[in-house]
Design a protein around this ligand. Sequence first.
Ligand SMILES: [Zn+2]
Length: 284
Amino acid sequence: MTDTIHNTILPMTDTTVTPEDYTGEDGLLYCGKCHKPKEAYFPEGKTFFGRDRHPSECDCQRAARKEREAAEKQRSHLETVERLKRQGFTDKTMQDWTFANDNGSCPQMKNAAGYVARWEQIKDGNYGLLLWGKVGTGKSYFAGCIANALMEQEVPVCMTNFAAILNDLTASFAGRNEYISRLCSFPLLIIDDFGIERGTEYGLEQVYNVIDSRYRSRKPLIVTTNLTLEELQHPEDTAHARIYDRLLEMCSPLCFTGENLRKAAAQGKMERLKRLLAGKEICL
Ligand SMILES: [Zn+2]
């Protein structure tokens, strides 16, 4: 035990001395840079294995420690965000759907920023969104921006679609309940590209299971769909009706209108190519 103290513990209590350091009038070692003591006496003349003093941080040492701790905190934060994004998206390209990468062409995008900014109230009030409108109007990108921004605040989000969910459910017949519980455990669940017009009875049953479980979890759900609000409000049969009713109960409809952004992007790209082929400079 004494050996352990002498070989292990006492060296840890040694003060780091640099050539500029000096001994002050009180007999303590002072930092040559910030002129603050690097040691302190034990209170009331107490000693520890013959020592009357212990190391103490000078201003430079404290600053260096704070910097090390901040770097460690940042590293662990980035690691968490990276893991959440790896596990939260079905498709890696969704990691690029961020506010920073947005080209400003979708007028609805300010609502996505608002959803993230007021996330605490959104979560507490269980406010879901139903993003509907024609193909290519930026609904998935909108949802992806919310997902990325929340994950960057270390909020776990799952962005998936029913094709992937039904695939997973079929593959994990035994663990079906666990799988659905996991989907419901995410503070925010995003189901992209919802549209089950030609769903089988089995498929519809599973879709209802997932939607209803999420409903009972009282956590928000965002759904993107190419179906119109009219189609969702007037389903063709009861199997669809109970799914759509639940969705409309959980999610406030937000209509995406305007030009087809994908078409516009393709058009822009074609214009740039034409200019490139004509030998003109292009601005990307
Ligand atoms: Zn110092």
